[in-house]
Design a protein around this ligand. Sequence first.
Ligand code: BG6
Length: 469
Amino acid sequence: MKFPNDFLFGAASAAYQVEGAWDKDGKGLSNWDVFSKIPGKTFEGTNGDVAVDHYNRYKEDIKLMAEIGLESYRFSISWARILPNGKGKVNEKGIEFYSNLIDECLKYGIVPFVTLYHWDIPQALEEEGGWLNKEVVDHFVNYATICFKAFGDRVKHWITFNEVLCFAGSGYLQGAHPPGIYNDEKKYFQATHNVSVAHARTLLKYKELKQYGEIGISHVFSPAVSVDDLEENKLAAYHANQFDHAWYFHPAIKGEYPEYVMNILEENKWMPEITEEERTQIKEASKHLDFIGFNYYQPQRVLKNKEKVEKRQKTREECIGSPGNISFDGFFKSVKLDDKKYTKYGWEISPEGFLDGLRKFKEEYGDVKIYITENGLGDQDLIVEDEILDISRVKFIEAHLKSIKQAIKESINLKGYYVWSATDLLSWLNGYKKQYGLIYVDHKNNLDRKIKLSGRWYKQTIEERGENL
Ligand code: BG6
């Protein structure tokens, strides 16, 4: 089987992780510009001031992406580049940059797939309460509308938010991302709800503008599976899926929050303030959702937690995504298992868990259109005589594309796959050492670029439309 012609093979990035030029051409400060400078927050103090200088080298990068044969490039817009204070006067230089980037993609026939929010809120708005402040929702809709009007003639695929679970969980439960708050469930649920409303209102605004493109949201897809058949562990897995998936997928797809979670929020006094108008907006938007984006890296193996939960700020090591942590509410625990394979960074490699999760998703949510907006291997690549021999990444992508092929055979509505990432980039808490790219960036040598083995392999796979997988 070949992948269908309307299936997009792409790769992805995010503004803060690649652009650099943090204060150039009128860009305002973002929360990450500030947070990454607080001692101890990031790996060896790394930050995105320069990142991989995509802001200045985007032409070279897009050319390399074209050489790989990418059909689509997913990137995000930095809100503070468009609106330095998050609201008010537009920075024309910011519009110009993204306009040029989009044109450069189109020059090579690469479809731009644009994320409006990949975690970098303007610092001025963070200081006004960030996602806890409902006025920020208005500012987001305004920012999105500016982007639709400026780029919507050429951009027909929009993602409102990237991984709300990750930025809100890390920001309000673990203290590992800005605003660096920890163990504040009430704030976490209020922020996630406000983001759901921002997504809904932005989607409705987009439809109102009649630009005839598609719009969706990308969430963490990390299906929880019980380690065995014990009832208490199966309940732990159910609980994990309700909080980590349903709390996000339900409002976007079904237009309402899952009852199981709502009951627990009520019992614990964690219920966010939700107005009737917001409920209606969420419901209405769900009817017009075009697709859901999944960022899949690994499943979660869980069991019922029996240990006491310590109410403290998590260390960076506890927040980098490898299993071994107790959930925020103490209900379940994720664990590493002896019979599973793990990456150098301790993330499970499970293309089977991916396929299994996709099947379960279809059972629950039906025929929703899906893009895999991120999937990839974080590694420290093998370099031999200047060649980047990232064989493990080739194997990783190959195995996951096979799962997708099987899923398509089973009529799961998958329409695209984006390798995380196009070029090597800044891993938020792991610095530049953790590489994901199809294109190598040499930090010892003027940030020179070079296509890796995985890039060449991906090129051939795209040319064959995956027939030989
Ligand atoms: C996703 C994010 O959570 O995972 C990316 O959307 C991120 O921005 C990627 O880089 C990999 O995570 P990490 O922590 O290894 O960089």
